[in-house]
Design a binder for this molecule. Sequence first.
Ligand code: SAM
Length: 232
Amino acid sequence: MSRLPAEVHLKRAIDELALMTGDSAGAERNIAQSFRLLIALEALGVGRIAGGTMNICGKLSAVPLLDPPNDEILEIGTLYGMFGAALIRMMERAGRDPSLTIVGPLAGLELQPGTTERDDLTGAPVRGAAVRTNLALAGTAGAAARIQQGFSEDAEVRAPVSDRSYGVIIIDGDHSAPGGIVVLDDFGHPKWPGIKEAYEKHMATDTRLTFLGQVANSGCLRADAKSRDASG
Ligand SMILES: C[S@@+](CC[C@H](N)C(=O)[O-])C[C@H]1O[C@@H](n2cnc3c(N)ncnc32)[C@H](O)[C@@H]1O
């Protein structure tokens, strides 16, 4: 799969990001930097980052520009740990000191309900060693990342990672930090209609999440401070 973006997609991602953050110069800079980072990490690392080029760059660029309330990051569903490594680097570029916790089954291949299980197209097994190798590419903060193996719905997986308030949660489900940024991956993607359906269902409730905007297939929301309930 080519990582080269068409000019029109590049421009659209920058425009969407500028609209969402109000920072045109930052949007252009971060999209350029995250694109180079994506190419570099996939060239040096084991495996890949999941998703299309602009979708990945949108997430990586948006989070530091949205100025999360703290540097604790939780990624639920990590594949090779490479997205987490990239997010660490983007946060550091914004002068932050990211601390990453990741949750994933690390079961040899990508487990995604509704899809056929098959070896990854990179040929690399999804396992802890690959995640560690990729996190090491993000220096000291990468090496210090916490890896919680298992499924996010399992109590024994949730308990150890529920020990802090996260400023950034990359998920398809729960979110609990006041002011925290929630990035919904594959938002509006025709292949995964359930994500937008779940979003619409949730937004019809008395939610404390506010929709900020969309960059490529990443929808960004912010949790407000009046904590009604910790579940999303
Ligand atoms: C599409 S990949 C995204 C990986 C990563 N965020 C990235 O950008 O490269 C989704 C990952 O979530 C994992 N996964 C699926 N169900 C999960 C669950 N219930 N809890 C945690 N991880 C899960 C899959 O095995 C897969 O590695």
